[in-house]
Design a protein around this ligand. Structure first.
Ligand SMILES: Cc1ncc(C[n+]2csc(CCOP(=O)(O)OP(=O)(O)O)c2C)c(N)n1
Length: 334
């Protein structure tokens, strides 16, 4: 019988948090939320080509983890990757332009929503292949270990992706070679139209860490301070050379699988209930106001500043040129 993975509860009182850190966490979460609301609006208006998968309601995870990383640390992301990319510090204008398919975007308009990378901040790439990020993160971590550069790699993935073979191969190799990798499962309870318990052999994905002899933890992913605190502990552990950790963040997918998903597999009431009662941004606001560390004016000031930046990103994207068809094959082969 395996020992259960540990559920980590927050231990630091909100009033003991550094004010600047709290403001930064709020700024990141609101940036992700407002960025994606604009993306949703413009996708539905027909301004954005391809597919878009939103992270709305899961902002606390990327934000809480990334606050413990350096610019040099690596991350690997998923098809739902805008939030990770924003939290790691990518440029909002270039991100928005890429999603709009414009020449000024990160991939010159050829990658779109699911393929944004920014090596300058350690963001190695979003990945449209479910479970495609694990081996890239393990490879980056192996390079860091050989170079002794002190960097760690973090790979984000969904509950559905944890059922891919690459998950098991990557955990095994990272554990056997004690590589500096943090595996972050964002368990939002859905994989496209499938509820995770119908396809997953364990109730808590973090329990799978036992099979590889590494620590497995769970946190409330909609509590950014919980995510922050636990990821701080595990990032320190990994950076000290102890090998990988599996961290499962419990959350819920608020939006459809993709923008335009008719969502016939669940009720509107189920989604509304979570959004009303378990929204990471509202929960954070309530906590900091109640503890008296930030005021409503502090929060509003950040909100307005972010709103302006997102408006600017949309303007930049709309006014940027389309790539020329003659550039189609540029940068594809090296
Ligand atoms: C290898 C592969 N199989 C199937 C798909 C189609 N697909 C895209 S997203 C998705 C569900 C992913 O669910 P999960 O990993 O839980 O992430 P979430 O969308 O919930 O964030 C599927 C099946 C794909 N992109 N890649």
């Amino acid at each position: 019988m395996c020992a259960k993975a540990i559920l980590k509860e927050p231990t630091i009182p909100v009033k003991d948090y550094d004010r600047d850190l709290l403001i930064e966490l709020y700024r990141k979460m609101v940036s992700i939320r407002l960025f994606e609301q604009k993306v949703e609006h413009h996708f539905l208006a027909g301004d954005i080509p391809g597919f878009v998968h939103l992270y709305i309601g899961e902002e606390g995870i990327g934000t809480g983890v990334m606050a413990n990383l350096t610019k040099e640390d690596y991350i690997e992301s998923t098809h739902r990757g805008h939030g990770h990319t924003i939290a790691k510090g990518a440029d909002l204008n270039r991100m928005m332009a890429e999603i709009f398919g414009k020449k000024t975007g990160y991939c010159k308009g050829k990658g779109g929503s699911m393929h944004i990378a920014d090596f300058s901040v350690g963001m190695l790439g979003a990945n449209g292949i479910v479970g495609g990020g694990y081996t890239l993160a393990v490879g980056a971590a192996l390079a860091s270990k050989l170079r002794e550069d002190g960097r760690i790699s973090v790979v984000f993935f969904g509950d559905g992706a944890s059922n891919r073979g690459t998950f098991h191969e990557a955990l095994n190799m990272a554990a056997a070679w004690k590589l500096p990798v943090l595996f972050v499962c964002e368990n939002n309870e859905w994989a496209s139209t499938t509820p995770y318990l119908t396809t997953t052999s364990v109730a808590d994905i973090a329990d799978r860490a036992q099979g590889y002899g590494i620590p497995g933890y769970m946190v409330d992913g909609n509590d950014v301070l919980s995510v922050y605190e636990t990821s701080k502990e595990v990032v320190d552990y990994i950076r000290s050379g102890n090998g990988p950790v599996l961290l499962e963040c419990k959350t819920y997918r608020i939006k459809g699988h993709f923008v335009g998903d008719p969502e016939k597999y669940r009720t509107k009431e189920e989604v509304q209930e979570v959004f009303d009662n378990n929204n990471p941004i509202n929960r954070f606001e309530e906590k900091v106001l109640e503890a008296g560390v930030l005021s409503r004016e502090d929060l509003d000031a950040v909100y307005v500043e972010v709103e302006t930046a997102i408006e600017e990103a949309v303007r930049y994207a709309l006014e940027s040129p389309e790539p020329d068809p003659s550039e189609l094959f540029d940068d594809l082969y090296v």
